[in-house]
Design a protein around this ligand. Structure first.
Ligand SMILES: O=C[C@H](O)COP(=O)(O)O
Length: 247
């Protein structure tokens, strides 16, 4: 049985004052029926983990370097995130693929580094609008899945987040049929590669998930939760999504 996961990605937003939202979220959801995770900027991981006090809210990073240490100015290793209090790390988000030229091959190395440090990797994949318009979304996303996942990945240490690039921050979402088709395709690919173990990977949907569309998205087969951007910044909005998922 795959445990549902509500993951929030604060991206480059938030400051210490925003930890009041985290306190409100924890107070409103002391025993959520799903896993609850927030990934703030790295500067806030330790403070957020202290606020979470080992309770149900987990804290994650938004990226890590693929090496354990060395001359990589400005980067953070997976072990550093773990030491700061992270249990998860988002990898290969489309904004990092676009802004920093991250390839699926690099994402795979980062996922290996995350696993070595004991972090759960949330590996992001998704097509652009032009790729979908050209009918290439399965090829593109299938390729990203194949190339980004290490051979040793398991459902215990790896989560997949399907995020169509054109749905991120736009207020647009794919139809329920389009999400269902993509998640079914991803499940088939995972089972083809990992056998029965492929059933254990959680598949999150991401891209303009809001309180008013969350329940409909979570009712789609093989949607095991969401990776939420803008709506994870406010305790009320993220809390409503958590409630829709299983509280
Ligand atoms: O990581 C989160 C996604 O990029 C979704 O962002 P959004 O919910 O603001 O569309």
């Amino acid at each position: 049985m795959r445990r549902k996961l509500a993951a929030g990605n604060w991206k480059m937003n938030g400051s210490r004052t925003a930890l009041a939202e985290v306190e409100a979220l924890i107070a409103a959801h002391p025993a959520p029926g799903c896993e609850m995770l927030l990934c703030p900027p790295a500067t806030l991981i330790a403070a957020m983990a202290a606020t979470a006090k080992g309770g149900p809210l987990k804290v994650g990073g938004q990226d890590c370097h693929h090496k354990p240490s060395g001359a990589h100015t400005g980067d953070l290793s997976a072990a550093m995130l773990a030491e700061a209090g992270a249990s998860h790390v988002i990898l290969g988000h489309s904004e990092r693929r676009a802004d920093h030229g991250e390839t699926s091959a690099l994402v795979r190395q980062k996922a290996e580094a995350a696993k070595a440090a004991g972090l759960v990797a949330i590996v992001c994949i998704g097509e652009t609008e032009a790729e979908r318009d050209a009918g290439r979304e399965l090829d593109v996303v299938g390729g990203q899945l194949a190339e980004s996942l290490p051979d040793a990945a398991t459902g215990a240490d790896t989560v997949i987040a399907y995020e169509p690039v054109w749905a991120i921050g736009t207020g647009r979402t794919p139809s329920e049929a389009q999400i269902a088709a993509m998640h079914r395709f991803l499940r088939e690919r995972l089972v083809a590669r990992f056998g029965e173990g492929g059933e254990a990977f959680r598949l999150l949907y991401g891209g303009s998930v809001k309180p008013d569309n969350a329940a409909a998205i979570f009712a789609i087969p093989d949607v095991d939760g969401a990776l939420v951007g803008g709506a994870s910044l406010k305790a009320g909005d993220f809390g409503a999504i958590i409630t829709a998922l299983g509280n």
